[in-house]
Write a protein that binds this ligand. Structure first.
Ligand code: HEM
Ligand code: NAG
Length: 323
């Protein structure tokens, strides 16, 4: 009797796994075998044209996952019914790489229509971007589904600001199931990419109404930044590298910068003002492989935030709008 039921139990169990919709490394192996190569080709082509794209794609994935989970919501245009995340302060005139995601989606719709979610494309593109800049590899599990809404308000509330204190930033990470170590490790993403002058300018001239620059900013970096970001509104959108020493390389110099008071954003340098985070910064500044390993692990955690699977959500045909 028990034996006769066993096969049914096994099948029921397998079905439960599938419909329970866990993420899976081999999720698209049969349905879209070209997926890895399509993502890789597109990211590398984009990178050869513009190395900054690596930073932009990585940040896009982060901004997706911190708002309503990794569900591609950052890619949705607003509609008559809602203002989208693209309009939020941290995103407007700031996020980049949407055209690359659209291009990948377009290629995939030709190969395997309505199969691969935009959320998974973003996750894979971020991993490929880090590799193209010389950073670590990690396994990406797949099967995320695309969300149906995108809320500007949620993005404004959940994305960290460079002007807020470290404890507030930590709280935003913990509310997403990440911890203080993830804050330090993922901030290492600022080893590539650029920031507009307005995101750090208040450090340069009249820091917290002191009439003086931020004392935790190295004097020679200060001079350079004051030159690149003069104290006029006209300089607000000029770009400055987040990591002035090896701007293009995904390495651990971000942490060496912090140790040397060379952090660009207040929120970067703040990691040195807290005993627990400063200790981790010191470690990562000394051990590049430790950083590479931990960054890979934290990216897996980031990519699993609030994912929807199984029958929830949908597979968008176009990343900018729901079907
Ligand atoms: C810890 C809190 C964080 C704060 C306050 C913060 C803030 C910022 C700001 C203000 C910029 C410049 C945006 C602009 O000027 O348009 C920026 C850029 C960037 N952020 Fe963050 N960020 C944080 C965490 C992260 C995380 C966790 C990642 C990824 C894992 C990340 C990846 C990036 C990258 C790669 C850029 C450069 C983008 C480009 O050049 O296109 N950031 N961030
Ligand atoms: C190349 O990069 C620039 C930005 O630096 C971008 O405006 C342009 O669209 C890119 N061209 C291609 C073919 O991707």
């Amino acid at each position: 009797m028990a034996h006769a039921f066993l096969p049914y139990l096994v099948i029921a169990f397998l079905l439960a796994i599938v419909s329970n919709g866990q993420l899976d490394y081999n999720y698209y192996d049969d349905s879209c075998p070209n997926l890895p190569i399509v993502v890789r080709n597109n990211v590398w082509t984009a990178y050869r044209n513009d190395t900054r794209i690596a930073a932009s794609l990585l940040r896009l994935h982060f901004h997706d996952c911190f708002v309503n989970g990794c569900d591609g919501s950052v890619l949705l245009d607003g509609t008559a019914h809602f203002k989208g995340e693209k309009n939020a302060g941290p995103n407007r005139n700031s996020i980049r790489g949407l055209d690359i995601i659209d291009k990948i989606k377009n290629d995939l719709e030709r190969d395997c229509p309505s199969t691969v979610s935009c959320a998974d494309i973003l996750t894979l593109a971020a991993r490929e971007a880090v590799i193209s800049a010389g950073g670590p590899y990690w396994e990406v599990s797949l099967g995320r589904r695309d969300g149906l809404t995108s809320l500007m308000k949620a993005a404004n509330a959940n994305l960290p600001s460079p002007f807020e204190p470290l404890d507030k930033i930590i709280a935003k990470f913990t509310s997403n199931g990440l911890d203080i170590k993830d804050v330090v490790v993922l901030s290492g993403a600022h080893t590539i990419g650029y920031a507009q002058c307005f995101t750090f300018k208040r450090r340069l001239f009249n820091f917290k109404s002191s009439g003086k620059p931020d004392p935790t900013l190295d004097p020679s970096l200060l001079t350079d930044l004051q030159e690149n970001c003069p104290n006029v509104d006209g300089s607000n959108n000029k770009l400055n590298p987040l990591d002035t020493s090896t701007t293009e390389m995904f390495d651990n110099t971000y942490y060496q910068n912090l140790v040397n008071n060379y952090g660009l954003l207040e929120s970067d340098q703040a990691l040195m003002a807290n005993e627990e985070t400063a200790e981790m910064v010191n470690e990562y500044s000394m051990y590049p492989y430790l950083f590479a390993r931990d960054f890979a692990a934290s990216m897996v955690k980031l990519g699993n935030i609030g994912v929807i699977t199984g029958q929830e959500g949908q597979i968008r045909k176009k990343c900018a709008s729901v079907n």
